[in-house]
Design a protein around this ligand. Sequence first.
Ligand code: CDP
Length: 208
Amino acid sequence: MTGPFTIAIDGPAAAGKGTISKAVAAHFGVGHLDTGLLYRAVGAQMLTGAPPEEAARRLVISDLDDAALRGAEVAQAASRVAAIPQVRAALLDFQRAFARRAGGAVLDGRDIGTVICPQAEAKLFITARPEVRAQRRFAELRERGAQTDFQSVLDDVKARDHRDMTRADAPLTAAPDAIVIDTSDLTIEAAIAAAIDAVDAKRKEASG
Ligand code: CDP
């Protein structure tokens, strides 16, 4: 890819967006921005007492390089600060600039195809049943040594889905022109292949 070609990948928690986005970015040789990390970094700072809006305005890229951002408590804090319009506004320009990088970019999140990059050349919406997503997140957290049980992970996923889908500003929803991939019954390899095929079709369309 030479000119800007934005690939927007949205969907709910633990649907496989992260893994698919990394694989798509590697396949097409473009940069990848996990926008959830921006909200996680602001959420983490709120947990230490910083006002969220100020934290969002002062955010620097090195703040994203922190394994502690992956925890469940930070995820809930992220979805709380993500409902604050001033926080979302403060993070907008950075995301848009990344999206229009020469050569193309993959951004994954909740509102990339709807609000951040409504003109994205390719839009995917990655989803899966809540129980399947909770099972994946549970395995991931256990692997990292977190003490947790399936039910509380499922409750967390559902609480976050609800907050993300019902907020007034940039709620989680598929763009009308997004290609929906339900990964509930797919292996990760099959899900990646479906995503690459969908983007490839859009690239061919774009190049006429
Ligand atoms: O990895 P996971 O899908 O669990 O979460 P994430 O993508 O890291 O996002 C954490 C939280 O940030 C979400 O629950 C959303 O509330 C918020 N978020 C958002 O509002 N908009 C985005 N573009 C990305 C994340």
